[in-house]
Design a protein around this ligand. Structure first.
Ligand SMILES: *Cc1c(COP(=O)(O)O)cnc(C)c1O
Length: 458
C-alpha cells in the first residue's frame, strides 16, 4: 500500500542551506550601480542589510550552515510534511504519482517564514533595533512580523493602501504579532509625501511601498530593510524546503521526474527545486523544473533578459533578470504575490541557460485547479499556489494520454484561508482572464533599453 504522508523527525531536519551558484555553469552577472553602471561591491548594500546577509548574497560556497538559533525557530513548524496527493490522483484519473510539500503549516501560512526567521536573526546579531519592509497582499508582512516578535525586534510595515483597505485580516495578524502597519503612500516619508502631493487619493503600489521602507531604513543606522523574495539570500534560505523533500523521497523510495512551483520573484520555486537541480547539474539525476507565472504577468515566458530595477522608483541596484520592465503594471489579479515585474537573478540565469522551464497560466484555470484540489485533498490553496496546481493537472493529463506513470512534485506554498474573498469572486463569476497585448509588453520593455550597460551589447 502506498503511504499518504512522509514526516521527518526534528533531528533529521537538514542543517545547511544550498547555494546553487556553486554549481551553475554560467555564473550570474553582477548587480550594477544605477548611475555608473559599474558592478557594485558588498559595501553598497550595508546601509540596508546586515553584513552576514550581504555575504550570503554574494557567496559562492555550495553549503551554508543554518545557525542553531534559526534551527530552533524552524522546529516550531518544520520539518513540513510531504504528502502523496492520492485523492487528487483519483479525481484526475491519472497514472501519475503526485506529491506536494505543504508550506502552509508555518505560523503565517506560507513559505515566507523560512527566510523571515533567518533575516530577523542576523539582524538581531548585528544589533538592529527595527526592520522596515513593504507588503502587497500581506503574506510577507505577516511572516516578518512573526519573525521579529521571535527575536524582539521592532517591525514597521508599509502596506499598499488598496490591500490595507481590502484585506483587514492580514493587517490585524501583523498587529497581533506586534508590528506597526502603515497604509502606503503615507506621510511618514518623503517618497510618500511626494506621491500624496501629486495624487492625494493614490491607492499605492508595491514600488511606492518599497521606496518608503527603504527610505526609513537608509535614514537611521539602527533600522534595516528586509525583502521577502528575489534576492539570492532569500532563495538560499528557502532551500530548506527541497533539502527536506529529498530526504522524504528517500523514505518514499521514489524521485520526481517533474518539480513544479508558482513564481512571483522566485523564492519558493528555488526553495523546492534547487536541491533537485543540484543532482541534475552534477550529472546524477535528471529532472524537469517548471516555474509557473500568471499569464497577466508573464516575465519568464514573454519578458526579456535585461538589466532592470527591482522597484518602480529606481532606488535599487540594476539586476540582470527576465523582466517586463519596472514600470509594468499587471492587472489586479487575485494572486497578489505573483504580480511582480521581474524574476530573481538566479532563476533568470537558469532559464536563460535552458536548465529550468516556465509556463504562464490564466487566472480562471488556476482557481478551477484550486477548487479541484480543495475538494479532493481538503486544503484550500493560496491563489498563488493554485498556479502550480494547474500546471500539475496539465502534466497529469499528459500522463493520462500517454499512460506514463510520472512522479510529479509541487510546492503548496501556502493556504488560502485569508483569501476567501478571491474564491468568492471566482464563484460569483466576477473574475476574468486578461489577454496581454504584444504592444503593451513591447512598450514597457522599450522604457528600460537605455539602462543597459555597454558590456551587454558588446
Ligand atoms: C509570496 C508568495 C508566492 C510568490 O513568491 P515567490 O518568492 O516567487 O515564492 C507564492 N505563494 C505564496 C503563498 C506566497 O505568499
Amino acid at each position: 500500500m502506498n503511504r499518504k504522508k512522509y514526516f521527518l523527525e526534528e533531528s533529521q531536519m537538514p542543517k545547511q542551506w544550498y547555494n546553487i551558484v556553486a554549481d551553475m555553469p554560467t555564473k550570474p552577472l553582477p548587480p550594477l550601480h544605477p548611475a555608473t553602471k559599474e558592478p557594485i561591491g558588498p559595501d553598497a548594500l550595508a546601509p540596508l542589510f546586515p553584513m552576514e546577509l550581504i555575504m550570503q548574497e554574494v557567496s559562492q560556497e555550495r553549503y551554508i550552515n543554518i545557525p542553531e538559533e534559526v534551527l530552533e525557530k524552524y522546529r516550531i513548524y518544520r520539518p513540513s510534511p510531504l504528502i502523496r496527493a492520492t485523492e487528487l490522483e483519483k479525481a484526475l484519473g491519472t497514472p501519475a504519482k503526485i506529491y506536494y510539500k505543504y508550506e502552509g503549516v508555518s505560523p503565517s501560512g506560507s513559505h515566507k517564514t523560512n527566510t523571515a526567521i533567518p533575516q530577523a536573526y542576523y539582524n538581531k546579531q548585528a544589533g538592529t533595533k527595527k526592520i522596515t519592509t513593504e507588503t502587497g497582499a500581506g503574506q510577507w508582512g505577516t511572516a516578518l512580523s512573526y519573525a521579529c516578535a521571535q527575536f524582539g525586534i521592532k517591525c514597521d510595515i508599509y502596506m499598499v493602501k488598496v490591500s490595507f483597505e481590502q484585506k483587514p485580516y492580514r493587517k490585524i495578524m501583523m498587529n497581533t504579532y506586534g508590528a506597526n502597519v502603515f497604509a502606503s503612500p503615507s506621510n511618514r516619508t518623503q517618497a510618500g509625501r511626494n506621491i500624496l502631493a501629486e495624487r492625494p487619493d493614490s491607492k499605492g503600489s508595491l514600488g511606492i511601498a518599497i521606496s518608503e521602507a527603504v527610505e526609513m531604513a537608509a535614514s537611521d543606522e539602527n533600522t534595516k530593510y528586509a525583502l521577502g523574495s528575489v534576492l539570492n539570500h532569500v532563495l538560499l534560505h528557502q532551500t530548506i524546503i527541497g533539502e527536506e523533500a529529498l530526504l522524504q523521497f528517500e523514505m518514499a523510495d521514489d524521485y520526481p521526474d517533474i518539480v513544479i512551483a508558482p513564481l512571483g520573484g522566485g523564492s519558493n520555486f528555488a526553495g523546492i527545486s534547487f536541491p533537485f537541480l543540484r543532482n541534475k547539474l552534477q550529472g546524477k539525476k535528471d529532472i524537469r523544473a517548471i516555474a509557473v507565472e500568471p499569464s497577466s504577468c508573464p516575465k519568464l515566458t514573454r519578458g526579456k533578459f535585461m538589466y532592470d530595477f527591482g522597484d518602480t522608483e529606481g532606488y535599487t541596484p540594476l539586476l540582470p533578470m527576465f523582466t517586463l520592465g519596472h514600470h509594468f503594471e499587471p492587472e489586479a489579479i487575485h494572486a497578489g504575490g505573483l504580480r511582480y515585474h521581474g524574476a530573481s537573478v538566479l532563476c533568470s540565469q537558469l532559464l536563460k541557460d535552458g536548465l529550468i522551464e516556465a509556463a504562464a497560466l490564466p487566472q480562471l484555470e488556476c482557481f478551477k485547479a484550486g477548487e479541484i484540489f480543495a475538494k479532493s485533498e481538503g486544503i484550500i490553496p493560496a491563489p498563488e499556489s493554485t498556479h502550480g496546481i494547474a500546471q500539475v493537472i496539465r502534466e497529469a493529463e499528459v500522463c493520462k494520454k500517454t499512460g506514463e506513470a510520472k512522479t510529479i512534485l509541487f510546492n503548496l506554498s501556502g493556504h488560502g484561508f485569508l483569501d476567501m474573498l478571491a474564491y468568492g469572486d471566482y464563484h460569483e463569476g466576477k473574475l476574468h482572464d486578461h489577454e496581454l497585448g504584444y504592444q503593451e509588453i513591447e512598450s514597457s520593455i522599450a522604457k528600460i533599453t537605455d539602462l543597459q550597460p555597454e558590456f551587454i551589447n558588446a
